[in-house]
Ligand binder design. Structure first.
Ligand SMILES: NC(=O)c1ccc[n+]([C@@H]2O[C@H](COP(=O)([O-])OP(=O)(O)OC[C@H]3O[C@@H](n4cnc5c(N)ncnc54)[C@H](O)[C@@H]3O)[C@@H](O)[C@H]2O)c1
Length: 371
């Protein structure tokens, strides 16, 4: 490692343009400025939101960019005004200043309603080949080092394995919190979860831990059902097996609709199906999946009947407190995390990890940096 306040040259995966593989480049990471923290990333994973930027949203103005927003690492140095985190020797930082990156700061993350504008090139602390590179969501964890606002990091139990709890930086907290914090699933209720990636599986786990008696897992990829069972799903529905609308299938299965539904796909058609799968009088449907490509719509009568349609960001967690609590729940064996990890790879294999997620071949792949 170079001296604490110098520019750090390190390896990062740069997405130069939409719809192309990322390339491993040497980048420069500037020292942290006021209220910023520079972090050595230890483990990171690919979330569908990274894929969304690369393959679906494809806003040309959002490139070049270093993607990645779900990670754990170690504080390397801090800017002025940072008191919560301490710079110092790497061994001490390993022990006491473990951090996890978060999508928390609205200024950095979503003010533009679009991940591509998360951090302007001027504010980015990353440069490659003389060019400023966007920091995805103001974070960019597909890099050996990154600089983030201190509000985007939180201390966790130093004993927690970073190559596991990195998943609590986004996916697991989002799905789990969507069920327990946003939907507020009640004991004995019936739930439906649409989409069984990490977000949806975590939502299943949230429904189960909240005491739901029936959890219907819906996905067009039946390979996901076995895993959903592990997290507590009781029924499995593949929309491709049915000619009628999926809301009707669920209506018939439950004799009137589910109490809670969670959309974890990012598809406005599925959002409407999820809403219409809930019981008219008191059903609650939560939009978790992300898209800016289309507006959602439904007949007003769907809501007038008494349903509630909500959205959730990061599962409604207050991240500074919520993430350490989730880490503790994992350490106390009250929360599954290992079960989400289907693959472990080195950072150089990042394009393989991206392709696997694109083709529904994994839940989460954890990428670690080799020295
Ligand atoms: N709200 C937030 O704070 C937040 C945070 C992180 C991710 N997200 C979003 O959550 C969504 C899920 O992320 P992920 O990482 O779990 O993705 P993923 O790609 O791993 O999983 C998506 C799942 O949806 C399934 N699916 C696709 N079309 C479907 C359909 N028509 N009906 C039923 N299932 C269908 C896929 O087979 C897959 O299993 C994405 O849109 C992501 O951007 C939101």
């Amino acid at each position: 490692m170079q001296s604490v306040q110098s520019v750090i040259k390190c390896k990062a995966a740069v997405a130069w343009e939409p719809n192309k593989p990322v390339t491993i480049e040497e980048i420069e990471v500037a020292p942290p400025e006021a209220d910023e923290v520079r972090i050595k990333i230890v483990a990171t994973s690919v979330c569908h939101t990274d894929l969304y930027h690369l393959f679906e949203g494809m806003h040309k103005d959002g490139f070049p960019v270093v993607l990645g927003h779900e990670a754990a690492g170690i504080v390397e140095s801090v800017g002025s005004g940072v008191t919560e985190f301490q710079p110092g020797q790497i061994q001490i930082l390993w022990e006491y200043c473990t951090i996890i990156t978060l999508l928390e700061d609205p200024d950095l993350s979503f003010t533009q309603g679009d991940f591509s504008n998360a951090m302007s090139p001027l504010r980015s602390r990353l440069t490659c080949k003389g060019k400023k590179v966007y920091q995805f969501s103001g974070i960019s964890t597909f890099s050996e080092y990154t600089v983030v606002k201190q509000i985007n990091v939180t201390k966790i139990d130093p004993a927690a394995p970073l190559d596991k709890v990195c998943l609590l930086g986004c996916g697991i907290c989002t799905g789990y919190g969507a069920a327990v914090n946003t939907a507020k699933v009640e004991e004995g209720s019936t739930c439906a979860v649409f989409g069984l990636g990490a977000i949806g599986l975590a939502a299943v786990m949230g429904c189960k831990n909240a005491g739901a008696k029936r959890i219907i897992a819906v996905d067009i990829n039946p390979d996901k059902f076995e895993k959903a069972k592990v997290f507590g799903a009781t029924d499995f529905v593949n929309p491709k097996d049915h000619d009628k609308p999926i809301s009707q299938v669920l209506f018939e299965m439950t004799n009137g609709g589910v109490d809670y539904s969670l959309e974890c796909v990012g598809n406005v058609g599925v959002m409407r199906s999820a809403l219409e799968s809930t019981i008219p009088a008191w059903g609650v449907s939560v939009i978790v999946g992300w898209t800016t490509l289309h507006d959602f719509s439904a007949p007003p009568g769907d809501l007038i009947a008494g349903r509630t349609w909500k959205g959730t960001m990061f599962g409604g967690f207050k991240s500074k407190d919520g993430v350490p609590e989730m880490v503790n729940a994992y350490m106390n064996k009250k929360l599954m995390v290992d079960e989400f990890i289907t693959d472990n790879m080195t950072f150089d294999q990042i394009n393989d990890a991206i392709e696997m997620m694109k083709h529904g071949k994994c839940i989460r792949t954890v990428l670690t940096f080799t020295e």
